[in-house]
Design a protein around this ligand. Structure first.
Ligand SMILES: Nc1nc2c(ncn2[C@@H]2O[C@H](COP(=O)(O)OP(=O)(O)O)[C@@H](O)[C@H]2O)c(=O)[nH]1
Ligand SMILES: [Mg+2]
Length: 268
C-alpha cells in the first residue's frame, strides 16, 4: 500500500453504517492495520466509536436548524452542503503520507449524500483515485425481490455518482432469520431464481407490467453485481475479512492479506 485509502461507508438510514465503522475499525486494530475514523454525519447523535475527525466540530444539524430557522428536513440539506464546504478541514486531518485506512462514516440520510452535488465534490476532493465504497443493504429492505433489486439499484446509483470501486454487503446478518438467509443466498448465488420470483411478485402485486422490475434486474445482473454481495455483521464480525479483501483486491492486487485467522468463529 502506498499512502492512505479512503473507505466510505454508505447505505440508507439505520442500515448499520456507524456500527460497521466501529466494528471494521476493531477488525483492523486486531490485525495491526493503521486506520482512522471520520464522522461525516452532522446529524449523528451518539456514535459507537471515537472519531479522529468529526464534522460536528464545525457543523451540527441542531445548530443549522436554529441558525437558519429550518426544520429537520431542510436543515439536512443545508448541513450536507456545509459539511462539503469543510472539506479542507477534513483533509487537513488526514496524513496523506501515511499507509493507513481512512474509514468515513456517511450521513444517515443517504439520499442527500448521494445526490447532492456538494457531497460529490467532497468525495472527489478527498484522496481521489484512492477511495472505495462499502454499500450496506439493510436486510429489512431486502425481504422481497423488488426490495433487494431496489437496494442493488441504489448501490449502483451511488457507484454511478461517486465513480468508485465498491463492495456491496448485507448488514446485520446476525439478525436475519434462517428462511430469509436461505432465500437471499439463493437469489444472490443464482439470480435466475430472483428473476423468477421477481416476475411472480410483479404479476401478483403490481398494476404495472412486470417488464419494469425485470429490465432493472437484467441491467444489474449484466453488471455482475449479485454474485459479489456477502453478509456482514457488526456484532459477530462476520464478513469483516471480506470487506478487507475487497479493498485489498482493488488497491494492492489482493496482496498484503492479514496474517492468521480472525478470532470470530462466524467466518466460513
Ligand atoms: N444485531 C445487529 N444490530 C446492528 C448491526 N449493525 C447495526 N445494528 C443496529 O442497527 C441500528 C442502526 O445502526 P447504525 O450503525 O446507527 O446505523 P446508521 O444509521 O446506518 O449509522 C442500531 O440500533 C444498531 O445497534 C449488526 O450487525 N447487528
Ligand atoms: Mg450513523
Amino acid at each position: 500500500m502506498v499512502g492512505p485509502v479512503a473507505i466510505y461507508i454508505l447505505g440508507t438510514a439505520g442500515c448499520g453504517k456507524s456500527s460497521l465503522a466501529a466494528s471494521f475499525s476493531g477488525y483492523l486494530s486486531e490485525y495491526g492495520y493503521k486506520h482512522m475514523l471520520v464522522n461525516l454525519d452532522p446529524g449523528a447523535d451518539l456514535i459507537p466509536y471515537e472519531p479522529d475527525i468529526d464534522v460536528r466540530d464545525w457543523v451540527t444539524l441542531a445548530d443549522v436548524m436554529e441558525e437558519y430557522g429550518l426544520g429537520p428536513n431542510g436543515a439536512q440539506i443545508v448541513a450536507s452542503d456545509l459539511v462539503a464546504l469543510n472539506r479542507d478541514k477534513v483533509l487537513k486531518g488526514i496524513d496523506v503520507d501515511m499507509d493507513q485506512y481512512v474509514l468515513l462514516d456517511t450521513p444517515g440520510q443517504m439520499e442527500l449524500f448521494t445526490f447532492r452535488e456538494s457531497a460529490r465534490e467532497l468525495v472527489k476532493g478527498i484522496l481521489p483515485s484512492r477511495s472505495f465504497m462499502v454499500y450496506l443493504i439493510d436486510p429489512f429492505n431486502a425481504r422481497t425481490p423488488s426490495g433487494l433489486i431496489s437496494q442493488m439499484m441504489l448501490s449502483s446509483l451511488a457507484r454511478l455518482r461517486f465513480q468508485l470501486p465498491s463492495a456491496e454487503v448485507i448488514s446485520k446478518s446476525d439478525m436475519i432469520e434462517p428462511a430469509q438467509m436461505e432465500r437471499l443466498t439463493r437469489w444472490l448465488e443464482n439470480p435466475d431464481t430472483l428473476h423468477d420470483d421477481s416476475m411472480e411478485e410483479a404479476s401478483r402485486t403490481s398494476n404495472m407490467a412486470p417488464e419494469l422490475s425485470v429490465n432493472i434486474f437484467r441491467a444489474l445482473e449484466s453488471l455482475g453485481l449479485f454474485s459479489r454481495v456477502f453478509p456482514v455483521s457488526s456484532q459477530t464480525k462476520e464478513g469483516m475479512e471480506g470487506i478487507y479483501r475487497a479493498v485489498q483486491y482493488v488497491f494492492s492486487g489482493g496482496e498484503d492479506l492479514p496474517q492468521g485467522e480472525p478470532t470470530s468463529d462466524e467466518e466460513e
